[in-house]
Ligand binder design. Structure first.
Ligand code: SAM
Length: 246
């Protein structure tokens, strides 16, 4: 399957890193297709204006609905017979998590990202297009960025690496942080001693059972220390699983 990603932005150059590394390779391998569009191509005035002052007053500018309307009318019709899932990055959206990334990577084959700037996009654009397509507002975290482009880079990378074939060794996705509810265990490579810091001896023992046990323990300890909220959810899920089995 090829995942198609369209990005509408006023800063197309911001998306250039998607050509690099594994995500760039995924594009060259035909697993991912990225199309970046300049929102200003759908303006009709000399200054290519995309923003205006907010109704009701207040600070900042708001993105006008007309260029967004024309852009999305055209972009969302690029693949006749297929329905895009519109994704609008925004600090007021649902939290973008590994679970959401997995759903978008496996249940959708076409994502259209809308990159907001200034105080955001006129609300009527959401009304218009959520009536026509699935539309999700997703937040990268509880902080405010200047625009949606950085969020699109992060989201596209997190989603695309879950598309089958993008990560060469699919096993490396299985024990990762946020897969299965816990954080990943600490990892080490050569040399066995570096500046008096030793690799835990169990990892050099060649004893696969003991290594697996040590790693499980480390995942629990690390999650308890850094993300007690995740551990609580994990333990609740384990209890539910045990109840269901009885
Ligand atoms: N006035 C908006 C608010 O308070 O909710 C913030 C607008 S922000 C300055 C401009 C754009 O940055 C947003 O439209 C969105 O595209 C993007 N953005 C900012 N923070 C984000 C976050 N945490 N996650 C995803 N996108 C974000």
């Amino acid at each position: 399957m090829t995942l198609r990603v369209d990005v509408v932005t006023i800063f197309p150059d911001y998306l250039a890193p998607l050509e690099l590394s594994l995500i760039g390779k995924a594009q060259r391998d035909g697993l991912l297709e990225v199309h970046v569009h300049d929102l200003r191509d759908w303006t009709h005035d000399r200054h290519r204006t995309v923003d205006d002052t907010p109704y009701g007053g207040g600070a900042g500018m708001v993105m006008r609905p007309e260029p967004w309307g024309e852009a999305l009318d055209e972009v969302c019709r690029a693949l006749p017979g297929r329905t895009p899932h519109l994704v609008v990055p925004g600090p007021g959206g649902d939290r973008f998590t590994q679970e959401v990334a997995y759903r978008l990577a496996t249940e959708d084959d076409w994502l259209v990202f809308l990159c907001g700037r200034y105080e955001g996009i006129d609300e009527r654009v959401y009304e218009e297009f959520s009536a026509r397509y699935p539309l999700s507002v997703l937040s990268l975290g509880d902080y405010v960025l200047n625009g949606g482009e950085v969020a699109v880079l992060a989201m596209t990378e997190a989603i695309a690496r879950l598309v089958p074939g993008v990560i060469g060794n699919a096993a490396s996705l299985v024990e990762e942080s946020h897969t299965g509810g816990l954080l990943e265990y600490p990892v080490y490579t050569k040399p066995p001693v570096w500046r008096d810091h030793e690799v835990p001896p169990v990892l050099l023992s060649g004893h696969h059972g003991a290594i697996a046990e040590w790693r499980d323990q480390q995942r629990l300890e690390r999650t308890a220390r850094r993300r007690p909220d995740l551990l609580e959810a994990y333990e609740a899920q384990q209890r539910r699983g045990a109840d269901d089995a009885t």
